[in-house]
Ligand binder design. Structure first.
Ligand code: MV4
Length: 448
């Protein structure tokens, strides 16, 4: 096992990885930018190294500076957290060529799955259902038009290098398809230096269901069941839960088995997520793989009792998985709320600043993952996530009741947060009925 690990991240996920290391008796080195200097969570690491100015490009995204810090601290591995360099295959390769283990998947699988068109091909080869659409990239507009006529509108143009909703265009007719192809290509070229696009049938009001998987370097792969992440606003998730409500058991089994087949055919190891769309008739379609630990991973930890970050570390050190598929049981219901420093009354604009009051909930069934404290200043430079509030109870109705209680206990002053809209969601009958899909927020909270 590793003796010392460096955490190439900040905020709540850096603290989450620091705690996993402490729980395993591993020394942990934190890094920080000038904007995070003095942040309270840094005291919980064995050592903290400044890696540069506030701008991410000069600190948390700067590969030479991170590798220098890792060599100075003499660590055997780097945990990238989520965001920043976590899905950067080049960084993973650089780490390993410097004899520092990258705590994540093999760089070959990262590179392949990072291209959504390649991931789609891989899924098809593994007999995992994909959304009906183009056979590979669109090279001529006429191909796209012919396919749209054959499938019927609406269709969705997606950037191969995209993901998370970037570089997507819906088209309802020939005119919007032609203009959408041009603008999606341009946007993708500017954002990713790769303007290639492909086409899918547009699934209306889908649910977003994702499957957590774990694989080891010996080739064993298991799933840890699914999460429903349908409650989102402009591709920012607000609420995640497991199990997915109102999902027939047979579909649940099939979607989880499909995720394992895909991970296996990609030569995947470490933690990862296969994302699917689920339509009204419970047909599921693979859309992309997230080759990292995700923000919402604690939802799965609460229903399975498995510490995903500790497992990532064990796997990276070469240890085999400690459980067979049969032994991974999902018990009860877990729900997560993302608490962001944003102003719901002002288009969810980031609202950084000094936290003058921070009173977090607790008690039975409650978990709060946060780096925030009273007196902490939320910097304006990074993602606005300040806390993840999770509950776990035997039933979904009980979990909702506990979440309402926890949201009522949560008192934050000095910054604005998403807590008020979360309270509204948990008071709605639509959510209580499990009538969730990706249009839920816009349909029930028009102002949001
Ligand atoms: C789709 C779709 C409908 N049809 N693909 C958005 C982010 C990226 N992960 C894929 N996304 C979508 N792909 C087809 N063929 C609708 C979405 C989508 C969405 C997906 C998951 C969660 C939230 C979403 C919000 C809007 C659109």
């Amino acid at each position: 096992m590793f003796q010392r690990i460096l955490v190439a991240n900040r905020g709540e996920i850096a603290l989450r990885v620091i705690r996993a290391c402490k729980d395993m008796g591993i020394e942990v080195v934190a890094v920080y930018s000038e904007a995070d200097r003095g942040a309270p969570y840094l005291d919980l690491a064995d050592q903290a190294i400044c890696i540069g100015p506030a701008a991410s490009a000069d600190s948390y995204l700067n590969i030479p500076r991170l590798i220098s810090a890792a060599e100075i601290a003499d660590v055997q591995a780097i945990h990238p957290g989520y965001g920043f360099l976590s899905e950067n295959a080049h960084f993973a390769e650089v780490c390993r060529s410097c004899k520092i283990e990258f705590i994540g998947p093999p760089h070959e699988a990262m590179r392949k799955l990072g291209n959504k068109n390649e991931a789609r091909k891989l899924a098809q080869a593994a007999k995992v259902p994909v959304v009906p659409g183009s056979d590979g990239l669109i090279t001529k507009d006429e191909e796209a038009l012919a396919l749209a006529h054959a499938m019927g509108y609406p269709v969705l143009i997606k950037a191969a290098a995209g993901g998370g909703g970037r570089g997507m265009r819906v088209a309802h007719n020939d005119i919007s398809l032609r203009s959408g192809l041009a603008s999606a290509r341009q946007e993708a070229e500017n954002a990713f230096k790769d303007g290639s696009v492909y086409l899918e049938k547009y699934i209306e009001q889908p649910r977003h269901v994702e499957v957590q998987i774990l694989g080891d370097t010996q080739g064993n792969i298991v799933h840890l069941w699914e999460r429903d992440c349908s409650l989102q606003r402009r591709h920012q998730k607000l609420v995640e839960e497991s199990p997915a409500p109102n999902l027939p058991e047979k579909v649940r089994q099939e979607i989880c088995e499909a995720a394992v087949r895909l991970a296996r055919s990609a030569g995947y190891y470490s933690a990862g997520t296969c994302e699917f769309l689920l339509d009204k008739d419970f047909r599921f379609y693979f859309i992309e793989v997230n080759a990292r630990i995700q923000v919402e991973h604690p939802v799965t930890e609460l229903v399975t009792g498995i510490d995903l970050v500790q497992e990532q570390i064990r796997i990276a050190s070469g240890l085999p998985l400690r459980f067979r598929q049969k032994e991974i049981v999902s018990q009860g219901c877990a729900i997560e709320c993302r608490i962001n420093a944003e102003d719901p009354a002002n288009g969810f604009r980031p609202f950084p600043g000094l936290i003058t009051k921070w009173q977090q909930p607790g008690g039975p069934g409650v978990r709060v993952d946060t780096h925030a404290t009273q007196g902490y200043r939320v910097p304006a430079n990074y993602d606005s996530l300040v806390a993840k509030l999770l509950v776990r109870q035997p039933t979904r109705a009980q979990a909702i009741a506990t979440m309402k209680r926890a949201l009522a206990e949560f008192k934050v002053e000095g910054i604005k947060t998403t807590i008020p809209i979360l309270r509204d969601i948990f008071n709605s009958t639509a959510f209580a009925d499990g009538k969730v899909d990706t249009t839920f927020i816009e349909r029930h909270f028009a102002k949001a």
